[in-house]
Design a protein around this ligand. Sequence first.
Ligand code: ZN
Length: 309
Amino acid sequence: MEVNNTMEHEDKLYGGIEAGGTKFVCAVGSGPDDIRAEIRFPTTNPDETIGQAIAFFREQQAAHGPLVALGVAAFGPVDPHPQSPTFGYITTTPKPGWANTDFVGRLQAALDLPVGFDTDVNGAALGEHRWGAAQDVDTFVYLTIGTGVGGGAMVNGRILHGLIHPEMGHMLLPHDWQADPYPGRCPFHGDCLEGMAAGPAIGERWGTPGHELPPDHPAWELQANYLALALHNLICILSPQRIILGGGVMDQPHLLPLVCQRVQASLNDYVQSPAIMEQIDSYIVPPGLGARAGVLGAMALAQQEVDSN
Ligand code: ZN
């Protein structure tokens, strides 16, 4: 287990930016029980949106005193490697105006603070480890299913980066074209996990947004199947001690139990652990930090940045 540094952070203030493709959430505080201020605004172009974040942190520092560090949990792809010349950039995103944006550089130039930077899902995973549903494990996966599908992993107490960072949303799954003729909507791969199971794919396949489909609609069986196939792969590859499923699509309360059943059926008693065979509803779980997983994850990145130096 990692040393839990929660206590020594209590009297210090950190800033967090959950930088999403549609909105930014910025907050100042020291943890989930101490959020001093929070603001959200739409993601437009980098000048305006990063400018709004900088203005917020300047105001907060004037009101509450200096921040120790900032954390940014960003939509991606991003460059999270501190040794890289493009560290802190949003890199090849198709989002207009944001490709090759030096996000960390702009913040540091304006605020002169250490900045921890990672993907939104890696940030959320770190936050769940520090304060949420993964405090008692050191190897786990955080997967979010919303307008896209993304996943972050902690392995042996450290967030996994590897070559760049995991892109779990773009894994390929078996596709039964007869049962599901929908071709998928990922611009890069068509029927990858995100192409088949993100919120917009559900809406496009059935002609109705997911949140308007009744619980007994066949959409949910199909959705549970795709998610279970993805979790089957993740369990076999990373041997996670827990899997956290977040994102707007998981707000359907009937979906998580279906996914659990399908994971058990798919693994077929091969992975011999009581966590999967007997207690799967405490193995595949919702985020402990709920809707604040993103911005608290960013704050956890700020604390990690201070801890690591
Ligand atoms: Zn894809």
